[in-house]
Design a protein around this ligand. Structure first.
Ligand code: MRU
Length: 342
């Protein structure tokens, strides 16, 4: 399953706002449409939005009609800035924009038409690299999974959140493909319901046994001995290992520690923000109140109630057993071991 596919100047995105009720594909033909798809959550998940932004820049670059390098780079910078303002937390977005823009800059002496092609080729490379990276994460993570385990996951860190295969769900896929009789418990993930709508659907497509639970049931099942480990994805990891992921992840990590259950973060190295020392520096996206007060357009809370809706929280590194990357499994002391990945 691939949530994004580029062909002949058009980026096709599975509309994740409509799943699982409706499977539809949105065509983005301009960079503004790509930016709107990221901020509107048509595409979501840290690695997926990074590569989507890279394609958005490639599409935007194709639409700059000039042979002047000066004009081209001025407009390209504006496009990159628009992409940067789509969502604040997942560092993969900024990593991808910097990589594509950097590639263009290092080829700035070439003709504009050539630079446009170089940008597109870089986006295509990032797309295929992401799938390879996920498979490597899956292989490393599988070493930690025992036969017959039940794994709890939160949000959707699957094929839908990447360019295919997934990070946390990539590990689950490898374990399943290797014949391990594993089961998954998926938190519904209020308020946006990525667990109920996307993870449950994605695992069912692959016939991987999944049980959907409400977020507030996780502690109950851990205490009852029903969960063997937790695996989640990440949106930004600080040098000390503090990890921003979907709101609710922090609570699960504390529950896992209380119940002596290993808590794993699965993420590509592009999710590590080497410029920040701790999770205190991670910007947390605040989303619309309607996501909390309404479900499928139906109001479930009083009119005018005060609402807070942070989309992510930060799990302190002390609750994380290990971080599973494409280069292997990283254990504490995280700062020392993360720096070795650079
Ligand atoms: O708001 P979302 O749906 O983009 O949040 C996604 C997550 O929090 C994922 O767990 C994270 O991006 C990792 S995806 C491989």
């Amino acid at each position: 399953m691939r949530p994004l596919e580029y062909k002949d100047g058009v980026l096709k995105l599975i509309d994740q706002t409509k799943l699982p009720a409706e499977y539809s594909v949105v065509d983005c033909k301009t960079y503004s449409e790509v930016a709107a798809a990221i901020s509107g959550m048509i595409v979501r998940g840290a690695p997926a939005i990074g590569v989507t932004a890279a394609y958005g820049i490639a599409i935007g670059a194709m639409g700059i009609y000039t042979s002047s390098r000066e004009i081209f780079f001025k407009e390209l910078e504006e496009i990159c800035n628009d992409m940067r303002s789509t969502r604040p937390t997942a560092v993969n977005l900024f990593w991808a924009i910097d990589r594509v823009y950097g590639k263009a800059l290092s080829n700035r002496s070439k003709p504009v038409a050539e630079i446009k092609e170089i940008i597109l080729q870089e986006a295509l490379r990032m797309d295929s690299e992401d799938v390879d990276t996920n498979k490597k994460i899956g292989i490393h993570g599988n070493e930690l999974i025992k036969d017959h385990w039940t794994i709890l996951t939160h949000c959707n860190a699957g094929a839908l959140a990447t360019c295919g295969y997934g990070t946390a769900l990539g590990i689950i896929r490898v374990a399943h493909e290797k014949g391990k009789k594993i089961k998954v418990f998926a938190d519904e993930t209020r308020p946006y319901l990525q667990g109920a709508r996307l993870t449950a659907w994605e695992l069912m497509q692959d016939k991987i046994p999944v049980t959907l639970i409400c977020d507030n049931m996780a502690g109950h099942f851990m205490k009852a001995g029903k969960i063997d480990c937790v695996i989640v994805g990440a949106d930004r990891i600080a040098l000390n290992g503090d990890t921003a992921n979907k709101i609710g992840t922090y609570s699960i990590s504390v529950l896992a520690r209380e119940n002596n259950i290993p808590f794993y973060v699965a993420a590509p190295i592009s999710t590590i923000d080497f410029s920040i020392k701790s999770g205190d520096e991670i910007p947390i996206e605040e989303r619309r109140a309607e996501e909390v007060t309404h479900i499928k357009g139906i109001r479930i809370a009083p009119e005018d109630v005060t609402v807070m809706n942070p989309a992510f929280d930060v799990t302190p590194h002390k609750y994380i057993t290990a971080i599973i990357t494409e280069k292997g499994v990283i254990y504490p002391p995280f700062e020392e071991n993360i720096l070795k990945l650079k």
